[in-house]
Design a protein around this ligand. Structure first.
Ligand code: AMP
Length: 395
C-alpha cells in the first residue's frame, strides 16, 4: 500500500483529491471544519518536502454550474486552517487551471473549482479524468468519503498515474482502522450494530460474522430478532419480512461460534415522543400501545461486561433514539463503556452514518481510537466491498 510517505515531493506538484464537502450556512460560511482539518497532515507533508499542492473536491450536488456550490466560499477557511494562503482557480480543468499549475512554486497551494460542475465527474468520464491528470505529477487520494464512488477524480484519474499514485495520510488511516477490525485486530473482537433497521445492516451483519467473536445487536433492529423468536414487541419498529433472516443470522452465528448479545430489557414509551410516558420492560413482553426506544439497565450491564473484555471494537449505529434525550441514555452509556475499554488498551473504531453524529454530540470523539470520516464508504467497507477509489491506487 503506497502512501505519501513513500514519495519525496520536492519540486513535484501533488494533485490531491480531498473531501471538502463541508457544511455551509446561509451566509456561505463553513460551519464544521473537520474535513479540512483532516486533510491538513497530507498537505503539510507535501509542502514540507518542497512540493506544491493542487486540491480538488466536490461540494454538494450541483446541477451544472451553480454559484451556491462554488468552492470559492471556503478558500479563506482552507487558508486559515492549513496556515497557507490558498489560491483559487474558478475552473477545475482547462487552460486557466493548467496555466496556474504550470507556474506553481514549491510551498504553494491551489484549490480548484467544484468538480461536480461537470457531469463528467460523477459519470467517471475518462477524457475528463485525463484533463484533471494534467494538473499534477503525483496523484494523491485522501478522500475517504467518496472512495466508494468510481468518479473521475476518485478512481478513473489514477489510471493516468500508473507509478505515481498513493493514499494520503487520512485515507491510509481509514484503511488501517478498517483492517484492524476486519482482519488484524487483537481478539476478542466485538462489533456493536445498532440503528433502525435490519434491512439496512444485513450485508454488514453477514460479512462481519466471519470476523468477530461477539456481536451486540441493539437499536430498532432488536425487535425483528425478538419477534422472530416468539417475543411480543408491541408497537416497536419491526420488519416482519426480515424475521426469517434474523433467525438465519442467529443460526449462522451459532455455527461460527459468534456470541450474539441482544437487549433483554428496554425503555419503552407509549408514544414516539421525548415527553411520552416511559417504563422499563422485558424486551419479549412489550404490550400493544408501547414501543421500545432505548436499551434498558440490565441490557446495559450485560453490554458493559462484553465491551470491557474485548480488545478490538467496532461501533456502528445507536442503541436507541438518541436524538431524543429521554432515549439517549443507552447510547451514551455504550459510548462510556467503549471509552473505558479504549483507555484500557482496546482499539475502537466508530463509523458509518448516525453513530458518528452520536459520538460527536456526546463528546466521545477523543475517547475512542478512531472516528471514520466516511459514512457510505465506511458502510460499504464493513459490507466487505472493495471500494473503487482504494482499488484504483492498489492496482
Ligand atoms: P442507522 O442510520 O441505521 O444507524 O439508524 C439510526 C437511527 O436509528 C437513529 O435515527 C435512531 O433514532 C434510530 N433508532 C435507534 N433505536 C431505535 C428504536 N428502538 N426505535 C426506532 N428507531 C431507533
Amino acid at each position: 500500500m503506497k502512501t505519501i510517505n513513500d514519495f519525496n515531493f520536492e519540486n513535484k506538484t501533488a494533485l490531491i483529491r480531498v473531501d471538502f464537502n463541508v457544511p455551509l450556512n446561509d451566509a456561505f460560511e463553513v460551519t464544521d471544519t473537520t474535513r479540512i482539518v483532516s486533510a491538513k497532515p497530507t498537505i503539510i507533508k507535501i509542502l514540507e518536502d518542497g512540493g506544491s499542492c493542487v486540491l480538488m473536491s466536490h461540494l454538494g450536488r450541483p446541477k451544472g454550474v451553480q454559484e451556491a456550490f462554488s468552492l470559492k466560499h471556503i478558500v479563506d477557511k482552507v487558508s486559515e486552517t492549513i496556515g497557507v494562503a490558498v489560491k483559487f482557480v474558478p475552473d477545475c480543468v482547462g487552460a486557466e487551471a493548467e496555466e496556474v499549475v504550470k507556474n506553481l512554486q514549491p510551498g504553494e497551494v491551489v484549490l480548484l473549482e467544484n468538480l461536480r460542475f461537470y457531469a463528467e465527474e460523477t459519470a467517471g468520464d475518462k477524457a475528463f479524468a485525463e484533463q484533471l491528470s494534467k494538473l499534477g505529477d503525483i496523484y494523491v487520494n485522501d478522500a475517504f468519503g467518496t472512495a466508494h464512488r468510481a468518479h473521475a477524480s476518485t478512481t478513473i484519474v489514477a489510471e493516468f498515474f500508473p507509478e505515481n499514485k498513493c493514499f494520503g495520510s487520512l485515507l491510509a488511516k481509514e484503511i488501517e482502522s478498517i483492517d484492524k477490525v476486519m482482519t488484524s485486530g487483537e481478539k476478542p473482537v466485538l462489533a456493536v450494530l445498532g440503528g433502525a433497521k435490519v434491512s439496512s445492516k444485513i450485508t454488514i451483519i453477514e460479512n462481519i460474522l466471519d470476523k468477530v467473536d461477539h456481536l451486540i445487536i441493539g437499536g430498532g433492529m432488536t425487535f425483528t430478532f425478538v419477534k422472530a423468536q416468539g417475543g411480543s414487541v408491541g408497537d416497536s419498529i419491526c420488519e416482519d419480512d426480515k424475521m426469517e433472516l434474523a433467525l438465519d443470522i442467529l443460526k449462522q452465528a451459532k455455527a461460527k461460534g459468534v456470541q450474539i448479545h441482544l437487549p433483554v430489557d428496554v425503555l419503552a414509551a407509549n408514544a414516539f415522543s421525548n415527553t411520552a410516558e416511559t417504563q422499563i420492560m422485558d424486551v419479549t413482553k412489550i404490550p400493544d400501545g408501547w414501543q421500545g426506544l432505548d436499551a434498558g439497565p440490565k441490557s446495559l450491564e450485560n453490554f458493559k461486561e462484553v465491551v470491557l473484555q474485548c480488545k478490538t471494537i467496532l461501533w456502528n449505529g445507536p442503541l436507541g433514539v438518541f436524538e431524543m434525550e429521554t432515549f439517549s441514555k443507552g447510547t451514551i452509556a455504550l459510548g462510556d463503556y467503549i471509552a473505558e475499554a479504549t483507555k484500557n488498551g482496546a482499539f475502537s473504531l466508530v463509523g458509518g452514518g448516525d453513530s458518528v453524529a452520536a459520538v460527536k454530540q456526546f463528546g466521545f470523539e477523543d475517547k475512542v481510537s478512531y472516528v471514520s470520516t466516511g459514512g457510505g464508504a465506511m458502510l460499504e467497507s464493513l459490507e466487505g466491498k472493495t471500494l473503487p477509489g482504494i482499488a484504483a491506487i492498489l492496482e
